[in-house]
Write a protein that binds this ligand. Structure first.
Ligand code: SAM
Length: 290
């Protein structure tokens, strides 16, 4: 059997054979370390009946490791030049399907229906293109896909923001947006040296385990997220200041103050100190004066 795709030599050989040149604009940093790949896959707790969805297979380094552990793998790749390469590198794995598509445009619900069994254990596992990490993760979460979770290699700084707890410097609207849908943890820190070409930033593996119900019960999701965004608009300002500048007008100050008191939230606190539950309570109460 041929060598694994993710060794430095085999990767070099494949890239040379096809005269492939990396496109920075597509976030193309390929993994050339099989240990790191096995660790990523290990975070997904896959078993032989699992299915995996990958975003951006590149030349198939991670896809191969997923194919060795799962019953079925579907990968979305935007770059047409990679299709003939994947056709060759993934030939030993007929249970892998590559879909040529921008994942942001894809109808993932339909792809799941067409390719996986009903109620199959499903994970999204990817080394994401860093230029679109947040939109991809938010699409996966907001679309409420029938998946158990998401394991992704992303920029370390973004992983830390997503998994951050209240009161820390990394905690912000992205932490709440992701943790509303999933439990988040940073699993492995990965050095730049395991990629070709090497990115400018350090990376980390983020694990998101989807909740069966959102973390808080809110009456109006759109308003809840607007409130969260407004509360973090200027991190150094108090909650009261952010709310009167970014969500309500100054004339509503007294009414907001009354709601905050009713919710037992000091108006001089900063947004970064509020827990998910407090944001939920506040969103439901402020709806009445919206
Ligand atoms: N999985 C490979 C690996 O680990 O070596 C490649 C990872 S590389 C960081 C990101 C991959 O995502 C590239 O293959 C790139 O062409 C692809 N990509 C970029 N934007 C995409 C998008 N919007 N939809 C699908 N694939 C995308």
């Amino acid at each position: 059997m041929s060598k694994e795709i993710a060794t430095p030599n085999r990767t070099k050989e494949i890239l040379k054979k096809y005269g492939f040149s990396f496109k920075k604009s597509l976030g193309q940093n390929f993994l050339i370390d099989t240990n790191v790949l096995r660790n990523i896959v290990g975070c997904a707790d896959l078993h032989e009946n699992s299915g995996a969805i990958e975003i951006g297979p590149g030349i198939g380094a991670l896809t191969e490791q997923l194919a060795k552990r799962c019953e079925r793998v579907v990968a979305f790749e935007i770059d047409q030049r990679l299709l003939p390469i994947l056709n060759e590198t993934l030939a030993p794995y007929p249970h892998v399907t590559v879909i040529h598509s921008d994942v942001l445009e894809a109808d993932i619900h339909s792809v799941i229906k067409e390719n996986f069994k009903e109620n199959q254990d499903l994970m999204v596992v990817a080394n994401l293109p860093y230029y679109v990490t947040t939109p991809i993760l938010m699409k996966l979460l907001e679309e409420k896909l029938p998946i158990r979770g998401i394991v992704v290699m992303i920029q370390k700084e973004v992983a830390e923001r997503i998994a951050a707890k209240p009161g820390t410097k990394d905690y912000g609207s992205l932490s709440i947006a992701a943790q509303y849908y999933a439990e988040a943890s940073t699993e492995i820190i990965v050095p730049k040296t395991v990629f070709v070409p090497q990115p400018n930033v350090d990376s980390a593996v983020l694990r998101l385990t989807l909740r069966t119900e959102p973390a808080v019960k809110v009456k109006d999701e759109e308003f809840f997220f607007k409130l969260v965004k407004a509360s973090f608009a200027q991190r150094r300002k108090t909650l009261m200041n952010n709310l009167t500048h970014n969500l309500f007008s100054k004339t509503e100050k007294e009414a907001i103050e009354a709601v905050l008191t009713e919710c037992n939230i000091d108006p001089t606190r900063r947004g970064e100190t509020l827990s998910m539950e407090e944001f939920g309570l506040l969103a439901n109460s402020l709806l009445e004066i919206k």
